[in-house]
Design a protein around this ligand. Structure first.
Ligand SMILES: OCN(O)CCCc1ccccc1
Ligand code: NI
Length: 184
């Protein structure tokens, strides 16, 4: 199982590279990686398992965060009642369109690969159309809005060498375009 010791931290060059595309059928290695990344998210959202193994809760995990520079990211997004509203592993995801209107979390963002708290709004597209492959090699196109779109954008950023704080306004971390949605 993936533990915090396996999570690569900011400063490691793998987090700043564009990850390599994967080819299908996925090797055993990458199929196992997909399973383990989703297992981490499930474990990290289970208070007992997270406590036992000292896991930081995560709603997403990208392969570069475990040292694998490939285009794969798992998402496990709950609503505020703890019900899972989005569960998927993206392979070779591409954002094919995004809204001009932006959204951000009122409490900012964090990252399993960034140990320090970095304050500020992280504006992201409120609506995304994403084309990706499933682990089985099926091509899908989905539209996400709001919180699931934020998580997808955060993970796809990881696959392109970006971290959440790259999107925080350096001059005024809480600056926002006036039509930006702020959600919690
Ligand atoms: O890359 C995933 N990870 O670092 C865990 C945190 C994910 C995340 C946190 C806040 C907003 C969107 C996504
Ligand atoms: Ni992250």
């Amino acid at each position: 199982m993936i533990l915090m010791k396996d999570i690569v931290r900011d400063g490691d060059p793998v987090l700043r590279r564009v990850a390599d595309q994967l080819t299908f059928p996925l090797s055993e290695h990458y199929q196992k990686l997909a399973d383990e990344m989703m297992e981490y998210l499930i474990n990290s959202q289970d208070p007992k398992i997270a406590e036992k193994h000292q896991l930081r809760a995560g709603v997403g995990l990208a392969a570069p965060q475990v040292g694998e520079g490939v285009q794969m990211a798992s998402l496990l997004v709950p609503n505020d009642k703890g019900e899972i509203i989005f569960k998927e592993t993206f392979v070779n995801p591409k954002i094919v369109s995004e809204s001009v209107r932006q959204v951000c979390l009122s409490e900012g963002e964090g990252c399993l690969s960034v140990d320090k708290v970095i304050d500020g709004y992280v504006p992201r597209p409120n609506k995304l159309t994403i084309k990706y492959f499933t682990v089985e090699g099926e091509e899908k196109t989905i539209r996400l809005t709001g919180y699931p779109a934020i998580v997808a954008s955060h993970e796809i950023d990881h696959l392109n060498g970006h971290l959440f704080y790259d999107r925080i306004d350096k001059k005024d971390p809480f600056a926002l375009k006036d039509d930006t949605l702020v959600i919690s």
